[in-house]
Design a protein around this ligand. Sequence first.
Ligand SMILES: CC(C)(COP(=O)(O)OP(=O)(O)OC[C@H]1O[C@@H](n2cnc3c(N)ncnc32)[C@H](O)[C@@H]1O)[C@@H](O)C(=O)NCCC(=O)NCCS
Ligand SMILES: Nc1ncnc2c1ncn2[C@@H]1O[C@H](COP(=O)(O)OP(=O)(O)OP(=O)(O)O)[C@@H](O)[C@H]1O
Length: 215
Amino acid sequence: MPGSIPPSRPDRPLRIGLTGGIGAGKSTVAALWRERGLRVIDLDAHSRAVLDVPGDGVEEAIVRFGEGVRNPAGTIDRAAMARIVFADAAARADLEQIVLSRVDRAVAEEEAEAAASGERVIIHDSPLLLEKHGESGYDAVVAVLARREDRIERVVRDRGRDRGYVESVMAAQATDLERIRRADRLVLNTADRPALLARSGRALDAVLEEHDLRT
Ligand SMILES: CC(C)(COP(=O)(O)OP(=O)(O)OC[C@H]1O[C@@H](n2cnc3c(N)ncnc32)[C@H](O)[C@@H]1O)[C@@H](O)C(=O)NCCC(=O)NCCS
Ligand SMILES: Nc1ncnc2c1ncn2[C@@H]1O[C@H](COP(=O)(O)OP(=O)(O)OP(=O)(O)O)[C@@H](O)[C@H]1O
């Protein structure tokens, strides 16, 4: 089933979910935690690999969405696809059906490899953790929150996308109230990068301490 993450068990490494809406700072926190030596699995990277590399995922998407979403390299034109799926929930569900089952398989493989190599803590950097996977598969969920206007401004500035694109993605994601309600810890990315480093470090320490682990 797309979007299913196996339950966390005592014989597995501690599984921490890191989530947040578009432009909130989740990937920045993931990079900081990786620098601390933790294994981070990037679900967005696995998702991109499905549509950016020629293969059966690309072909299935073309069958559903038509040749208009194929780019000259033979893979998927992400901007064209974004215009379709962030304006139409049924189309988005169809794309998720194609992409997320493959993402889940790749994540399970990466996690099994990490566990076999002795990792005691594994982070899932997962934008749709609350929307698709649910918090039950995690020992702890950490959500990164930032001001809506900062998020829009940063994505427009750093990724060359327009405000309409960012707002259409936001409308497809959980609200911050929902994140606050469901996450175990919050990281407020409401100041500069050094503050984000300190706050995300404290959140991680707290989760590890709660589970009797140190890095
Ligand atoms: C529609 C696509 C091609 C647009 O690509 P684009 O380069 O514009 O966006 P990118 O993938 O970098 O994501 C941008 C933002 O949108 C968010 N996002 C992506 N897919 C979704 C979705 N189905 N619902 C809500 N938000 C989404 C991401 O988390 C991120 O915050 C791409 O997002 C995609 O393939 N989405 C479907 C797969 C998916 O759900 N991936 C995310 C979870 S693993
Ligand atoms: N505190 C901050 N001050 C200034 N810029 C920041 C700060 N935090 C993050 N950024 C920048 O904002 C942009 C969005 O951050 P990031 O890529 O970490 O978000 P994200 O939550 O992973 O978003 P997405 O889900 O869309 O991938 C990046 O260009 C990042 O460098």
